[in-house]
Ligand binder design. Structure first.
Ligand SMILES: Cc1ncc(COP(=O)(O)O)c(C=O)c1O
Length: 382
């Protein structure tokens, strides 16, 4: 039988990163030692107190369904965290999701329909494009590669891209894949355009806790943005909890009501005992987070220094654990070559909408990072 698949799925391409990870696995199966700088997850174990809280919650019988939006104690802890960031949300304005990815999916499904226009800042995290396409939306992309991935000097381009036709704008600061943290002036520029053209903005703040010497502003704290910002965050990155699948979004109650329908009819809720562990993460894990962030900062400095030694300048990231390495125009071929010849895995910039770069993740030990850079240099890739 020939199955007929829906347009919403056939118009989405398989991720360009798949080719690289398939090749990396093939090489590893052949016994090759691959330095994997392509991963989007911290290399630290989940802090012990969080693991214990998860186990205790299971032992205490927190294994059934929860309220669809998430247990009230976690939503209260999230509301407190958001208040610390200057965002006022009641627990009725928060949905707890299995990962920030599901939060983003639900928001896009709630707001974007066939032919609706969505603006992305490039390079942009791979799944935004796929989510918008699956919802039937059209993308307008603003390239930040000419401005060291900063938004402030590109506000004029953004002004050209945003119009009354724009339904949604996605801002991700600190950014995956660039590590850029947008200045307050840049965010104010976003606010002015959003207010002028009546646009809803997603502020994906999943890397907010991972910054180096800068304090990123939450977009929703700016005057005029309170009722048009949906703030997304999660536990994967700051607390090294990728596999636990826990995230959330907070926004205007009518959006929460609409997205909540999709949430309850699809995932029902996030995992019960994982939600209990999330409370522990938010309330008692600051020290472990600080230690991980300090390690990322040391690695960032080391990688930037090693690249400089090889004559390569990068835009130094102020947050997250990624940086963009300028490579050949055909970045896909560069990444495949770097993997085949130097056994170093990176992600092509074209996967994020910006060819000519490779994303390096420095969520790896200093030893492996050094090894990876040296191999790239030896094989002529730097
Ligand atoms: C920018 C960004 N947003 C959201 C996510 C989703 O994270 P999770 O679903 O693990 O919470 C990621 C993960 O890589 C990300 O990089």
């Amino acid at each position: 039988m020939t199955m007929e698949f829906t347009d919403r799925l056939t118009r989405v391409e398989p991720s360009a990163t798949l080719a690289i990870s398939a090749l990396a696995t093939e090489l590893e199966n052949e016994g090759k030692d691959v330095v994997d700088l392509s991963v989007g997850e911290p290399d630290f174990p989940t802090p012990e107190n969080i693991v214990e809280a998860g186990k205790d919650a299971m032992d205490a019988g927190h294994t059934g369904y929860t309220t669809s939006a998430g247990i009230i104690e976690l939503r209260e802890a999230i509301a407190d965290k958001l208040a610390d960031d200057g965002l006022e949300h009641t627990t009725d304005e928060i949905i707890v999701t299995p990962g920030a990815k599901q939060a983003l999916y639900e928001i896009v499904q709630a707001l974007v329909g066939e032919g609706d226009e969505v603006v992305l800042l490039d390079p942009a995290w791979v799944s935004y494009e796929a989510m918008v396409k699956m919802a039937g939306g059209d993308l307008t992309r603003v390239d930040l590669s000419e401005t060291d991935f900063q938004l402030e000097p590109a506000l004029e381009e953004l002004e050209t891209a945003v119009s009354d036709e724009t339904e949604l704008l996605v801002v991700n600061s600190p950014s995956n894949p660039t590590g850029a943290v947008y200045s307050d002036a840049a965010l104010e520029g976003v606010r002015d355009l959003a207010v002028e053209h009546d646009v809803t903005v997603i502020s994906d703040e999943i890397y907010k806790e991972i910054t180096y010497g800068v304090e990123p502003t939450s977009l929703g704290t700016l005057e005029g943005m309170e009722d048009r910002t949906v703030t997304v965050n999660g536990f994967s990155k700051a607390y090294s909890m990728t596999g636990w699948r826990l995230g959330y979004f907070a926004g205007p109650e009518d959006l929460i009501d609409q997205a909540g329908k999709l949430h309850s009819h699809s995932v029902s809720s996030a995992v019960n005992f994982v939600q209990h562990a999330g409370i522990e993460a938010l309330e008692n894990t600051d020290e472990a987070v600080d230690e991980m962030v300090e390690a990322f900062e040391r690695r960032r400095d080391m990688v930037v220094g090693l690249l400089e030694d090889h004559g390569v300048d990068v835009a130094v990231p102020d947050g997250a654990f990624y940086m963009m390495l300028p490579v050949d125009d055909d970045d896909q071929a560069w990444c495949e070559g770097a993997l085949e010849d130097a056994h170093v895995a990176t992600v092509p910039g074209s996967a994020f909408g910006t060819p000519g770069y490779a994303r390096i993740s420095y969520a790896a030990s200093e030893e492996r990072l050094e090894e990876g850079i040296e191999r790239l240099a030896e094989e002529g890739y730097l």
